[in-house]
Design a protein around this ligand. Structure first.
Ligand code: G3P
Length: 218
């Protein structure tokens, strides 16, 4: 399972990269705004900086909502760095754009996916990744992890190559649940990733090992 970090914060991206387990980064316009990155040139520069920090794919989302605008913007983003994956919403125009990009050999991430039907269209269009938003489904009392399972099963049944990228991960347990149902990728905040480390028995065990060492070795 690949681990992406879901942020545009450079310090957090560096911290996750330093852990040695990072496979990529996802961003969206809200995450860029959260870091105060504004203006097209600054946004492009920020994507390039992220690509220089990490080794894997970096999702950069288009703002345009029409086909021609998405193509123009997506090609500009992809030209910034070979690691850029063009992130496109699952609208009618978006699906057409994903098909165009996939035919041209660009990597794509089909975003804002909330149903198995949307995931089916994303795969048919040749998306590299499909991003179902599990936290936002949970927010409206719908089981987000169950959607991941259904999409994984459906893709396996038909042999689609689109990778299921579980997004809108809110906490550590979401990562574990996504691993259990076979998500190809999770994109999560740093706190949810580092939360996987935590266990009180690890802390207690380490404390005892160090105390026993000290008893004899000072
Ligand atoms: O990857 C999509 C993600 O950033 C959305 O997360 O927490 O805003 O639902 P959230």
């Amino acid at each position: 399972m690949k681990f992406f970090i879901d942020t545009a914060n450079l310090n957090q991206i560096k911290e996750a990269q330093d852990l040695g387990i990072l496979d990529g980064v996802t961003t969206n316009p809200s995450l860029m705004a959260k870091e105060g990155i504004k203006g097209d040139e600054n946004i492009k520069k920020h994507y390039q900086t992220i690509c220089e920090i990490v080794d894997g794919d970096v999702s950069a989302e288009v703002i345009a909502t029409d086909f021609d605008g998405m193509i123009k913007e997506g090609e500009t983003l992809a030209a910034l760095h070979p690691q850029i994956t063009i992130k496109v919403p699952v609208t009618k125009e978006g699906i057409k754009a994903i098909k165009y990009f996939s035919d041209k050999g660009f990597k794509t991430n089909c975003t804002l996916v909330f149903s198995i039907g949307q995931a089916l269209l994303a795969a048919k269009a040749g998306a590299t990744y499909v991003s179902p938003f599990i936290g936002r489904l949970d927010d409206i009392s719908t089981d987000g992890v169950e959607l991941i399972k259904h999409i994984v099963d459906m893709y396996n049944y038909y042999g689609f190559e689109t990778q299921v990228l579980a997004a809108s991960i809110r906490h550590t347990q979401h990562i574990i649940q996504c691993a259990e149902v076979g998500a190809d990728v999770v994109t999560a905040p740093l706190s949810a990733i580092t939360g996987l480390l935590n266990h009180p028995l690890t802390d207690l065990g380490l404390e005892k090992f160090l105390a026993d060492y000290k008893k004899l070795n000072g």
